[in-house]
Design a binder for this molecule. Sequence first.
Ligand code: GTP
Ligand code: SPV
Ligand code: MN
Length: 582
Amino acid sequence: MPSQLASLKQWVDDVARLTQPDQVHWCDGSDAENAKLVELMLANGDLHKLNEQSHPNCYLHRSSPQDVARVEHLTFVCTTNPADAGPNNHWMEPAEAHAQMDALYAGCMRGRTMYVVPYCMGPIDSPLSRCGVEITDSPYVVANMRIMTRMGAAAQARIEREGKFVKGLHSIGELDPNRRFIMHFPEELSIQSFGSGYGGNALLGKKCHALRIASYQARTEGWLAEHMLIVGIENPKGETHYVAAAFPSACGKTNLAMLIPPEGYRRDGWKVWTVGDDICWMHPGADGRLYAINPEAGYFGVAPGTSEKTNANAMAMLNHDAIFTNVGVTADGQPWWEGMTTGTPAQDWQGRPYDKAVSPAAHPNARFTVSARQCPSYTDKAEDPQGVPLSAIIFGGRRASLVPLVLEARDWTHGVLVGASMASETTAAATGAVGVVRRDSMAMKPFAGYNFGDYFAHWLSFDKPGAQLPKIFQVNWFRKDADGKFMWPGFGDNLRVLEWVLKRATGQAGALETPVGNVPKPSDLNTDGLGLDAAVLEQLLAVDREGYKAEMASIGEYLEEFGDRTPHALKAERAKIAAQLA
Ligand code: GTP
Ligand code: SPV
Ligand code: MN
């Protein structure tokens, strides 16, 4: 139903005048509305029905082959002062960006329906949640937003009560990579996206709102919007501790968030609870602890590599009511991707007969979209308006060498340096080269809506009298041996590392102190039943002093990139460690 809120009505009218749609549809989020959209998309080829017996209510979407990932080179943060966006972002002057976007939007929805999608990021009744409205001409985007956010009438009602919302305008345009931009105007709380239908470029509640705009808002309001999973670890005593972990795109958040404990741990009574798999909003509570909510309501997860062996919880949630984007299909219409242990692909992600020599069955960044509630390990705590208190924060990345399996920061300042210094190999989640090591502070390089120097200072500011901050750690599941094989088994066995992390956070485990942080001695980790070679474990936990001398020099250069905005305390912390290594 059209809104009575004047500012919302006015904006929708203005956008319709600019884009000239045939019709305007206000989304209520109902089942009936979704059924109509699915019918429309089956008819126009946006969706293909998958096998109803094995996968009821599941659909395949094949995107344009030129539109399969985020486009960081076309993503801009448009602040009045370029220094506020920082060297970590592409910047465009706001008036110029608006002129370019207006030219692209002019008449772009002729012959199309314009959907008005009110959404709430976070539980509808949480004071920590924030709302937005996305206008889009893509029914695929509407169907995804319905799964990924609290979308429809309830969100609209909250927006009308609050009178405040983030404005997101999206058109797929012609899906032409040369006419594509993802623009952010943090000072106006608005987003404008054109020319892509892919997740992070088009589902504006996700990276554009919940990270780029929200991180900017969070800085002025005293909280943090982060690219982190949130997971609860219940020990055999029945105590649950919550952990938030930042890993760059396609570096293991979804998998860690829904981890299945190894056999021995299960027998002893360990349980893992999923709160969120990609985004975490953290606010200091009255008791000084940090409380986290997952602003999303679904998972937009990487399909390749997901299997009964690596992530059985994900496999279980993908049997019904899911959208698959750019996966392969079997002859009987079941979704298929690399890493699956059963089935044979008949067609690849572009709908061609599968030929291993031509293309993998699934695009390396093929994705599934599914409601969070379908995950067997999902917990009601994810719906708690207060959020969950955090006991630890973990930073991690893909590092074939140098970075040990796990390392504990000495204090908050050191932890912020560890996060700021993160580096990781690039993945297929963004277009461009894969496997190149780059700095990716807090896994937020593509997502921070403002200057990283200011962002580091904001992180440091949480360390104040009365704060009961989580302990900070770093992990690396991706060390490789001389043959290029992963040295650590990963997945479920990562719980062995989380056990040490939580025992350290509560003062119950040993460690070896080194200049770069505290690492477990081999005997501090539970390796029962793992069958890991002692020499390999020793290598995984070793701190390579020579390697770290070079790393610290490189981190020093990196911190200089943000000039005066890099906090002095961070530079001093780095210098102290470099001196200890020398
Ligand atoms: P985004 O959704 O892009 O933010 O990615 P993510 O961080 O949620 O990554 P995800 O959990 O989807 O994992 C990405 C890829 O890494 C998948 O192919 C996984 O199978 C693989 N992976 C995840 N965890 C591990 C691990 O512990 N070890 C190894 N070797 N691979 C892993
Ligand atoms: C990521 O790239 O980090 C993702 C997928 O989680 S996207 O929604 O495209 O950002
Ligand atoms: Mn992500």
